[in-house]
Design a protein around this ligand. Structure first.
Ligand code: 5GP
Ligand code: ZN
Length: 137
């Protein structure tokens, strides 16, 4: 628990939240400023800054909990789709530096924008980068 971390304080019950799901590793709550009705954020109970610092057990379980939440959102809202969004670092849009995963209900024609302008690789560039990354794994 980090005293200056808003998500740690929510997990500790010091700050109220609309809780959707809770187990020993995760707490899922309604986002206070939702991108869409039903926008849920899933917080790790243990404080860590982002995905890169997540322990193995929590990382392994995260997608199972996310799937459970996604199925509940689909059943309740009958949304057309759901985005999972997980920001790591300020440059990636992270504003709360405690691991969390967004689940955002989507509808055909909604006005939520998570897009980018597609880029392109030069000759051999993708292969070279793939090899460089593979060498680090
Ligand atoms: P990030 O930009 O770090 O990926 O997302 C942080 C999210 O946390 C934002 O969508 C923001 O609305 C949400 N958030 C920040 N403070 C609170 C809070 O006190 N309560 C709840 N429920 N959500 C919060
Ligand atoms: Zn925290």
């Amino acid at each position: 628990m980090q005293n200056n971390c808003i998500f740690c304080r929510i997990i500790a019950g010091e700050i109220p939240s609309a809780t959707v799901y809770e187990d020993k590793d995760f707490k899922a709550i309604m986002d206070i400023s939702p991108a869409a009705r039903g926008h849920v954020i899933m917080l790790s109970k243990r404080h860590c800054e982002n995905l890169l610092e997540l322990d193995d057990g929590t990382a392994e379980k995260a997608l199972l909990v996310a799937r459970k939440l996604a199925r509940a959102l689909k059943a309740e809202l009958n949304c057309d789709g759901i985005n999972l969004l997980q920001n790591n670092g300020e440059a990636a849009g992270q504003t709360v530096f405690h691991f969390h995963l967004h689940l955002i209900p989507r509808y055909q024609g909604d006005r939520i924008s998570l897009g980018w302008t597609p880029g392109a690789y030069g000759d051999g560039e993708a292969q070279a980068l793939a090899a460089a990354l593979a060498a680090r794994l």
